[in-house]
Ligand binder design. Sequence first.
Ligand code: PMP
Length: 390
Amino acid sequence: MVLPTAAARSLGTETAFEVLARANRLAAEGRSIINLGIGQPDFATPGNIVQAGKRALAEGKHGYTPGAGIPELREAVARDLQRRHGAEVDPETVLITPGAKPVMFFAALLMGEPGAEILYPNPGFPIYESVIRFSGATPVPIELHEADGFTFDPDQVLSQINERTRLIILNSPANPTGGVYTREQVERLVEGLERWPDVVVLSDEIYSRILYEGRSHVSWLNYPQLRDRLIVLDGWSKTYAMTGWRLGYGVFPPDLFPFAERLAINSYSCPNAATQYAAVEALEGPQDAVDVMTAAFDERRKVIVEELNSVPGVSCVDPGGAFYAFPNISGTGIDARTLQERLLEEAGVAVIAGTSFGHLGEGYLRFSYAASLEEIVEGVDRMRALLAEG
Ligand code: PMP
């Protein structure tokens, strides 16, 4: 029997992919499955973007591109960040990646090593803890609690920093909770970080355009005093319903950029060529499809929160952004993993146990409401029926 290194064996995973595979298998066997598991828009990519991708293929854009991405796209990203956040970004610091996920992997590899500590949200996107462990660094959870709207307490975070801390990972709007942090929280943290000039921040802003009730996004790019140690992750997957095209980006500090680019060239050479041309169109073309999708998510958000709150033993706070509801199921007396399993196997509803996002996710389930209203209502009805059976 061959075994990989201890580092490889320490890698975690994203349960959503495992549940997706099982849900697809059950559906192929003829079972009726409602998929509220995987986090991806149920919309098709807007037509103008698809056309741009097809055009690129027809025009012969079939070869490698520069490792960091085509200049047109890196420039389009800088313009988009200027328009959306009023931030000046040098296109030379934008690394285009196949999906946004490599940005978090690279951040962990660039800053993590044995003896280093990296702070990350818990419950939070599971890949953060996984890649921190892989790097050899010690993961230090930033605890997020329902009572605080699942957002961090800046003074608590500052008290967790010490001379071993190399990186702090934050995510707003957040997966899996829908939590959104405020400008005041960010500013308090930015101010406190002045005492720790060697600590890098990775701000995961992949859901920055999916916000509700007039909330506006607080981008870390707005704090020039941090720019020499800030990595911002964003991309196309969620905003433009492009999860399968695999494209994202990171804005890196100039000092770190060359190393991130090397990690890219060492692992995948460059992102997909045609996808990059489609992505230019996504950023520079009409944006109405984004508003239409966000309005649909908002309508579904209201429905799912109301439905979940009507189930005995379940309560759900309003998510401020992203497309996840994170109901508290502790009143059902069933642990998160068992309920996830029973919902899939007995009721044909795919959702994700809160514990897949860290130990503080016990007592919660994640429902992705990037699904039709009918599926949402039916999914929660099936849960109600399952719980009523006991
Ligand atoms: N960050 C968060 C918080 C996410 O939820 C996801 C996708 N589920 C990503 C990053 C990665 O997105 P991509 O599909 O572009 O790699």
